[in-house]
Design a binder for this molecule. Structure first.
Ligand code: ZN
Length: 162
């Protein structure tokens, strides 16, 4: 039987504001500013969710979890990721790997990356070696460089299991 494999891509951006909490990859980051959004504004988890739905051919995060719906106000994105992976598994997809990049000027988040990878792997019920997170700056250029916002991009590979 032929193996089905599908690639998916996701991008997310949030504004940064002083005094808000900063969640990236399900981990709370020690930071004087945080991301603004309807949910907890976890830019990395949102990019991963979009990539997962995209690879499965199931549209995007806004289709499944509309930000006009009050039930998602302030929701932890870890719960959205869990619901997302349950949805794609019902369609007989399994995760091959995820590679993602977080783009922000500061604070430096490299020390949080192992915790992010662990958290994401445990939510998705996959091995940590299947999750790779990177962080980069934009050399002080653009909205991320000026500290106005944070961006994340994710690529996933799904493997059909039937
Ligand atoms: Zn988002």
């Amino acid at each position: 039987m032929q193996t089905r494999i599908r690639i998916g891509q996701g991008i997310d951006v949030h504004q940064l504001r002083k005094g808000l909490p900063l969640f990236i990859g399900g981990v709370k980051i020690d930071s004087p500013f945080g991301a603004k959004g309807h949910s907890d504004a976890d830019v990395l988890l949102h990019a991963i969710i979009d990539a997962l739905f995209g690879a499965a051919g199931m549209r995007d995060i806004g289709f499944h979890f509309p930000d006009t719906d009050p039930q998602y106000k302030g929701i932890r994105s870890t719960l959205l990721l869990k619901e997302c992976v349950q949805t794609i598994r019902r369609e007989h997809w399994e995760i091959g790997n995820i590679d993602a990049t977080v783009i922000l000027q500061s604070p430096k988040i490299s020390r949080y990356i192992p915790a992010m990878e662990q958290k994401i792997a445990s939510i998705l019920n996959v091995h940590e070696s299947q999750i790779n997170i990177k962080a980069t700056t934009t050399e002080k250029m653009g909205f991320a460089g000026r500290g106005e916002g944070i961006q994340a991009e994710a690529i996933v590979l799904l493997i059909g299991n039937e």
